[in-house]
Design a protein around this ligand. Sequence first.
Ligand SMILES: Nc1nc2c(ncn2[C@@H]2O[C@H](COP(=O)(O)OP(=O)(O)O)[C@@H](O)[C@H]2O)c(=O)[nH]1
Ligand SMILES: [Mg+2]
Length: 249
Amino acid sequence: MADKIFIGLPAFNEEKSLPELLSKIIDFSNNIDEELEVIVVDDGSTDRTKKIIEAFSDSYHFIKGLYHEKNLGLGAAINTIFHAVIEKACDNDFLVTMDADNTHNPYQIINMIQRIKEENLDLIIASRFVRGGEERGVPLIRRLYSRGAKYFFKLFFNIRNINDYSSGFRVYKVGYLRRSMQLYNNQLITTNGFDCMAEILAKFSKIGIKAAEYPLKLQYDLKASASKMNVFETILGYFDLLRRVKKPH
Ligand SMILES: Nc1nc2c(ncn2[C@@H]2O[C@H](COP(=O)(O)OP(=O)(O)O)[C@@H](O)[C@H]2O)c(=O)[nH]1
Ligand SMILES: [Mg+2]
């Protein structure tokens, strides 16, 4: 049987973006041979996000909703996605995580999966920092931040071939995710904020990983909702990783 693709979407107050993104994903599902399952985590949204997820999951059997009663943060949502997928997926399946703000293009997944298979990788990251990568409509402060993050993580938590440590658009091989979760005693993600994306990679850097990047076309100009990222808090979180991330024994 062909490997299955899971798409995990952390969503907090994304009523403006989710319908369009899910429509693109439905169209994408008609263009692939693999079986697809979409897991949308509503993280205690106060807008119509939950209603939208329920409407889509009623109509499409492969779209499922998981609901946090209260807003727990991006790290908690990614953690929920990881655990749900590890529980039901096979080692050869793939987990794609994407932002739910409609700035990531699901059609890029096809090529990312092809690369991960061809090169037998554990992880592929859609990156602004490889040839062909681009970011449309990203504010200056955010461009500076993601570049700063790159130098910080290359210095302290280097992963060969990886430059974009804050990109949320990634494909993980489920077998690798399962092993790393076990090695870290289920504590792969210990922060609830946006720094979780980098924490995951910092931990992978300690246990070794075969990873690559794929050019990200970040369509930030399509973003209908305000960004929920607090740059200052996230940077503080990065410094905390220096103290907290160790090689597991
Ligand atoms: N579960 C959860 N997801 C969040 C939270 N804040 C943001 N997100 C999601 O995380 C992703 C990234 O947030 P976004 O605002 O797009 O950040 P930006 O694109 O980096 O400016 C989006 O899918 C958001 O819906 C949160 O508190 N909880
Ligand atoms: Mg985003």
